[in-house]
Design a protein around this ligand. Sequence first.
Ligand code: NAD
Length: 341
Amino acid sequence: MSAKVGRREDWQGEHVLVTGGAGFIGSHLASALAEVGARVTVLDDLSTGDIENLLPSLADGQVRLLRGSILDNRALVRAFRDVGHVFHLAATVGVQRVLERPLEAIHVNVHGTQRVLAQASKCGARTLIASSSEVYGPQSGPLKESLPLVMGPTDTIRWSYGCAKALSEYEAFEHHRRFGLPVTVARFFNVIGPRQTGRYGMVVPRFVSAALRGDPLHVVGDGSQTRSFCDVRDTVEAILRLAESEESIGQVCNVGSDDEISIATLAERIVAWTGSASPIVPVPPETVYPGGFADIERRCPSLDRLEALTGFRPAISLEESIRHIAAGIASRGELEEGASG
Ligand code: NAD
């Protein structure tokens, strides 16, 4: 049975499952839930997540980690025991990882989510699933949830990630209609913060690491493509408010920032804010993403629905986020190789 959480203090003592909780967003969410008194189970196969992300929360006993896959029914049954809430974040993520392992990405993102939803329906758990702005395909912003979906061509594998997420959304709503699953779909736009890895094509950690090393920041194409970046602390706050909102059940909602910036300007700002002498070097897209890559010119959410449902608007500035990320990378000694965006 789903437990009722309407206010922040209601999380106290609640048992919450976070799939993908050893990853970037999931680990921040798990510690935020632990801070408000929830008992948190993380189910993660550690394919891109890292146990280190959870160390402080594991040590105080408020978070426990089950190492296993969302594709494994036995692991799911174990993870769901006595759970009233689930945040489903486990996925194969990142443009480069999806291009390198397209079949695995489709399998995990479609079938894994199917299994999580089936288990959540059996338990009646209040559920939030992580979708992505990629479901909007090659459309320009500000993107509203009510827009029809426009998918890129099926011979360009990068669109398979957005398709898989869209399919999961259909499935979530069908579970809501047929089985009464109290589910909310959150479409995340670019999220940034400490613990995000640049290994799979994420632009901000790659740029910040390169700037801290004094290496070139490689801007893909002419850098005029725009993105809007939302600090993970704002993202976690938005997710918690959505999960606390009765009205968000059965709805899809964008989660992100609507403060747009071009990738060329982002590179300049990161160099300035980190006090770096790194040069900014344009590179042709095909040298970074060989085959099957199609970039999106503009990516910006409409936040009207998020604000209407939760009263929340992101508050942390890009400069504050970048300084926080730079401090995290420097303290963890994670000056990853390569820089592109
Ligand atoms: P991440 O890679 O850091 O986290 C994903 C986690 O899922 C990892 O810990 C990984 O080990 C785990 N995982 C992968 N396959 C698994 C499996 N089969 N079983 C169990 N665990 C598995 O990525 P993230 O950025 O934290 O993304 C979290 C969620 O948010 C994902 O669903 C992603 O699609 C979505 N999202 C993220 C962004 C962003 O900007 N970071 C944007 C849009 C959507």
